[in-house]
Design a binder for this molecule. Structure first.
Ligand SMILES: Cc1cc2nc3c(=O)[nH]c(=O)nc-3n(C[C@H](O)[C@H](O)[C@H](O)COP(=O)(O)O)c2cc1C
Ligand code: SF4
Length: 553
């Protein structure tokens, strides 16, 4: 990243935003108009190469996206569900091939058969009504179970706006430091994957002096299989928005930025409507409820890039730079968006804050297990008998989640990929040994991550699954460091050759590649890929042996 470009992009402020302008100029055709790119380049004093570097990175801005009218989901859950051939065939009956694109995970993992057409997502049986969808004569609403097993922190219904925002008005009557202490007491840790305590970040941002600070909500939920952030944005938007307001009050930030993935159009519109409600009710804006505190929201629609879920890539993205991961320090709380102190938190993390402020940090800390306090939302895919979003107390046995809540599997399953593409592949015989908390997963060599569950059926070749993970990483790599940029492609090539020819993979070469990725990558995309691959090599050794030249390491 360039500090200079961050500064240049920030000169215009958040409201007239370079990245947003590029997105708007691509709206009609799928890629920004050349003249418009040149105009923006001159206006923001960016180089031509910088703008090109940005535009060519994103699935929904790059030249290849031009003319695309309809997109099929290529995420892991739709892939293992084996529904996409039918979807593609049906779509091919109505659209020429150059009008058909792909999107990575529409968050319809509970129904599969997912596709996106004219700003709307479809799944389940909708593909059988494609002709009517095209003629605008068919609407479709997906359905999934939502349930809490233990304490409903996020899934609890909230009262009407005025009553719910009494939590906010009472916060404004307290000192920011007392609210920060409440969060410290709660032990709330980030739900986006890393489990970092939120109070540390807020304290660091609060202590960094600046006239401008930002609270950024990471709503880029890119992990295929995860749709819990989507659930929150569409069904509990005010828990999230109030969480951001309170985080803003604690740190002295004036802006809440919601970076929401383009693959979730319904989330973007629900959040926009909810922000409008807050404006109307006077809960945001200038001198909120006569407190002297000012806070506004800005929604940024992402443009299709998994790496933008990594917090520093996300900040570069908002600035209109190519979203390359940044070296830390400085941490975003010291030098973040437009070089200003910034807190980046996941949707679910922020949505826990109103509960903590209403019922106290101690009551939140009582839920859960050890250092994993509170609850976790779990996304179950379409191979469960009751797919849906389940809120469980941290520490809940996985067997309960799978059998009591999810109702077990529809077909024989040999493993579950938990925690996104960089999470562990957990063989079914290990599930009973795990509980839903950070420590249990880490101690067993897996990762709770964002707690998405993608089932791998017994009949699904594990080699194809890990090939998919290498390909995914190769596509999504930001390219900053070579182990990830080159290693992911080389890994894919080895697996592809082994499955399509007599070629056998050298086990030492594979071990070297995984080690290089693990220790040589700057971020957890390249660094995290070896975990599921190693799990597969360990737990599915017999199935994989025929692709290797000697016994597995
Ligand atoms: C490749 C990659 C993708 C990520 N994707 C997401 C994401 O989609 N959503 C998210 O909240 N965090 C994601 N993260 C984690 C963020 O970098 C960051 O830790 C998180 O937003 C911090 O919020 P939290 O502390 O509330 O979890 C990703 C990290 C990496 C390395
Ligand atoms: S590991 Fe991959 S995604 Fe992460 S910084 Fe390196 S190249 Fe970029």
């Amino acid at each position: 990243m360039s500090k200079n470009l961050s500064h240049l992009s920030g000169r215009k402020g958040l409201e007239y935003n370079l990245f947003e302008q590029l997105g708007l100029s691509a709206k009609g055709t799928g890629t920004p108009d050349k003249n418009e790119m040149e105009r923006l380049q001159n206006e923001f004093l960016f180089g031509k190469a910088n703008i090109h570097g940005t535009v060519s990175f994103y699935d929904f801005l790059k030249q290849e996206n031009e003319g695309k009218k309809i997109y099929t989901c290529n995420g892991s859950a739709c892939m293992t569900a084996n529904t996409q051939d039918k979807v593609k065939n049906e779509i091919a009956n109505h659209f020429p091939s150059d009008a058909i694109g792909e999107m990575c995970c529409l968050g319809r993992c509970h129904e599969n058969s997912a596709f996106h057409y004219q700003g709307k997502n479809y799944s389940g049986q909708a593909i059988d009504h494609l002709q009517a969808i095209i003629q605008n004569q068919y609407t479709y609403q997906d359905t999934y179970t939502v349930n809490a097993f233990g304490t409903p922190v996020i899934t609890r219904p909230y009262p009407e706006l005025g009553e719910y925002y009494e939590i906010w008005s009472s916060c404004l009557k307290k000192t920011p430091i007392s609210l920060l202490e409440e969060l410290q007491t709660s032990g709330l840790r980030g739900r986006g994957g890393a489990g970092f305590p939120i109070a540390f970040k807020l304290a660091s941002c609060r202590e960094t002096e600046s006239n401008t600070k930002y609270i950024v909500c990471n709503a880029d939920e890119g992990d295929p299989g995860a749709y819990s952030d989507r659930y929150i944005m569409e069904h509990r938007p005010h828990a999230l928005l109030m969480g951001m307001l309170i985080a803003g009050y604690i740190t002295g930030a004036q802006w809440g930025v919601l970076y929401i993935r383009a693959e979730y159009p319904e989330s973007i519109s629900t959040i926009a409507d909810s922000v409008a409600q807050l404006e109307q009710a006077g809960f945001i804006g200038e001198n909120i409820l006569d407190s002297g505190f000012n806070f506004n929201f800005k929604i940024i629609k992402a443009q299709g890039a998994y790496i933008c879920g990594e917090e520093t890539a996300l900040l570069s993205s908002i600035e209109g730079q190519r979203p390359e991961v940044r070296v830390r320090p400085p941490f975003p709380t010291q030098k973040g968006l437009f070089n200003q102190p910034t807190v980046v938190n996941n949707v679910e993390t922020l949505a826990c804050i109103p509960y903590i402020m209403e019922l106290g940090g101690t009551s939140f800390a009582k839920i859960g297990k050890g250092k994993s306090t509170g609850t976790k939302l779990i996304s179950l895919d379409g191979y469960f008998n009751r797919p849906g979003i389940y809120e469980v107390d941290m520490g809940t046995p996985m067997s309960k989640v799978i059998h009591q809540l999810g109702g077990g599997f529809k077909i024989p399953v040999k493993a579950i990929h938990i925690g996104g593409p960089l999470g562990g592949i957990v063989p079914v015989h290990k599930l009973d040994t795990l509980t839903a908390d950070f420590e249990s997963f880490a101690q067993s060599g897996f990762l709770l991550g964002h707690a998405s569950y993608v089932c791998i059926p017994t009949s699904y070749p594990i080699i194809e699954y890990i090939k998919h993970l290498f390909l995914f990483t190769a596509h999504e790599s930001c390219g900053k460091c070579f182990p990830c940029r080159i290693g992911s492609t080389r890994g894919y090539e080895m697996l592809e050759k082994a499955t399509t020819s007599e070629y056998k993979i050298d086990k030492k070469l594979m071990a070297d590649l995984l080690e290089t990725l693990e220790i040589g990558s700057l971020c957890a995309l390249g660094g995290g890929l070896p975990l599921p691959v190693k799990n597969a090599l360990t737990y599915f050794e017999d199935e994989l042996a025929k692709y290797f030249s000697a016994p597995l390491p």
